[in-house]
Structures are given as C-alpha cells and as structure tokens.
Design a protein around this ligand. Sequence first.
Ligand code: PMP
Length: 447
Amino acid sequence: MNPDDRKALKDRLLNQARAIDSARHAQATPIDRAVSTSEHYPLTETLVTTTDFHSLEGYRRIAMMRTLGDSLGITSPFFRCHQRRAGATSRLGDQDVINFANYDYLGLAGDRRVLDATHQAIEYYGTSVSASRIVAGERPFHGALERELAHCYQSDDALAFVSGHATNVSTIAMLVGTRDLIIHDSLIHNSVVVGASVSGATRMSFPHNDAQALDRLLFDHRDRFERVLVVIEGHYSMDGDTPDLARFVEVKRRHHCWLMVDEAHSLGVLGATGLGLHQHCRVAPGDVDIWMGTLSKSLASCGGYIAGCQALVDTLRYLAPGFLYSVGLAPQLAAPARRALQVLQEEPWRTTRLTQNARRLLDGIQALGLNTGSSEGHAIVPLILGSSARAAKLSHALLAAGINVQPILHPAVPERSARLRFFVSCEHQPDQIDQTLSALERLTNTD
Ligand code: PMP
C-alpha cells in the first residue's frame, strides 16, 4: 500500500471510529432523559452507555478490524468453516485447500484406531459422565488415561481436566495465593496469565527464553515471597522455539521455586519419540515439579492434564475448582486421547516426519529471504511480515491460491511482528510444502 492510500485508510478508520462513538452518544441521550426522573435510580448518560454492548472496548476493536478488512477488500480470516476433517488438507466452502491451520500435529484425529476406540467408548459408556467425578463417580477410562500420562513423565500420578485453558487457570489459582509470586516467560499463554490473576499472587515476567534474566529477577525478589512458581512452555506457539530446560531447572533449584512446563505444543512434537521437552533436552522429567499439557493437539481430543508427584495431584483432585466443580472428561474425549497417546509412542516415525516437514518449510521460507523469527522448525513456523495489513492480505492471497494459513494480527502480537503462522503436520506431503513455498515466492514478490 502506498503512503497516500495508507493515510486515506487511516483517516477512514478514524472517521468510522468517531461515527461509532457519536452514534452511541446520540442513542444514549434520549433514554437517559426518559429515565433520569426516577429518584431511586438516577441514571447518568455514562451509566446508560455502559449497558450498551457496542460501547465495549473489545467490541470497538472488532468493528475496527472489520472495517480494515473491508477497506482492504479481504474477507475475515477468522472462523473459517471447514466442511470436513481438517488435516493436512481441508475443504473451506467449496474449495479444497492445503491446510496449515490446526494442531493435529501427528494426524491422529482421523486415525482409524483412534476413531474405533472412540466409538467403542461411546457405545459402552454413553456420551457423557454428566457430573463431577468426585460426586458422581469415575469410569475406568479416567484412571487409565491418567496412569498412561503419568507414565510419560515417570511421575506418581496425573489428572485430566475438560479444558486445557481451565487446567492452567485452576491449577495455578489453587497452588499460589497472595503471599506468593508467579514469574513466567514474557510469551506465556493467556491461560497462565488468567490463572495468575485469579490466584491473587504477584505476577512478573522475564524476557523470552532468558533463564539468566529469570535468575536476576529471583535474586532481587525471591525473599519477599513465600512460594514462587516459574512457568514456561515446552514449545512456544507463536514462535516455534524452545527453552533450555536444564538452565531453568538449575535456576529454580537455586531459588527454591516450583517449575511448571506447559507442554501443549511439545508433547508428540519434541524428543526422539515425541515424549516432549524433557526428552528433547535430555533432562530427567522428575526435575520439573509440574508438567501440564493439553489433549487438544497431538492427542487429537479436547482437555488438559497435570502430571507430577502424588501430593500435587491429590491436592488438585480434591480442590482445583476447574476439576472439582466441573464435569469429568466424556468417553469420546478420554478414549481418543488415550489411544492417540499409545500410537504416539508406538509410531515415533510420526514425530520424525513432522520435524522433517517443518524443517522443509522453515528452510524454504528462509531461502526466499523471508523472516521466520526464532523458529526451530519442529512444527510451528511463523512468517513475520511486520504489519497486520500485510499479514491479512497475504493470508487472503494464499487462500485464493488454495493454501489455508492464519494471520496473527495486532493486538495478539505487537504490530511490528504481525505474521502468518504455519502449523505443520506429519501428514503433509513434501510436494504440498513445495507448492506452498512456490505460492509464497510468487505472492511475496508482488506484495
Ligand atoms: N497452553 C498453551 C500453550 C496453548 O497454546 C493452549 C491453546 N492452544 C492452551 C494452553 C489451552 O489449551 P486448550 O485449547 O486445549 O484449552
């Protein structure tokens, strides 16, 4: 976009934002006059406006984004509807696409064995366990899944929750409180930030993957707090890079902290046989206090888990609100996760092929002279474009060329690091990756 067009677009967006504001204002005033005679409930204009959902800051941002899309002549990249199972390929509307927009890293969401295990579980147990496990009771598949997850981390036990996000929120909120500190990587997932704010603990962050900065922060602040929880991810979902686990273990030991690792994007992805960050870094899994993961990526289901020592898991089992006050995992969620976990371990070629595919895409994009940030090429490859408009336009043009990849726009990332994010699967074929690289070469040259 040339500078004149950019200025015209900016003016148009500002005018539209002002128009939204004055329309709200105009609507609020008569209502205000009509009801402000009430002695008991004197409503000011401000109060009336606060009941109008259009006035929400978040809603205004959405409206601005729609306007930006319209101005650029592109349809929204969000909530694209897949007409069938979305794997390495998918169908959007009536268009077949090569798909880089989901986390089924090992291609198990449509695997025959996983489907059969799911069908059998529903036939036998029905479609819901209807209530919390503590009151309504468990089913054998709950314990079986948890034992097999615990086995992957050589831990005493594990606990499965119905949502990955809720796993982090509930676990963190349960373990720390107002006298404690949570200190996390600056790129940590939203669920950790929400958990920290629910907990009431003090929250700090350290620069991405910088164990030395964490060490310095702990030297300065550790003694003011009772318990300290350090949280990192095994494989960062925006950037595709990994932490040096041994360094983090060393730091947490020196300062007597708990270390929690979120393995959402590392189980099935990292390590010679897909067992995750500890295998990748050759660190004993027992050196990490709290292993967290999701069932929604490599495990082809939905839910989350915590693995660790018995006291930790028992505490969560009896007290974590998102477990205690929420329904148990349904058969059609536990069964595919368990079967996928078995296949993951029986067929390490899936992880190997995933890495080969991601490497092929990463090397190819870099050979085009494009910016892939700090991606290590395990499964997540960002293409950093430096502006939301550029990312949205390129995603749109790629879709027209039969390639589905999501743009990540401001405010999800800072504007200067707006990007496309490719999620690779072990099901992608080399020629699909090459076709994607050719399209990128063509479209970024004409950009
Ligand atoms: N942790 C991380 C690092 C994630 O990326 C996500 C979601 N993608 C979650 C937790 C939440 O998991 P879920 O979507 O399974 O609720």
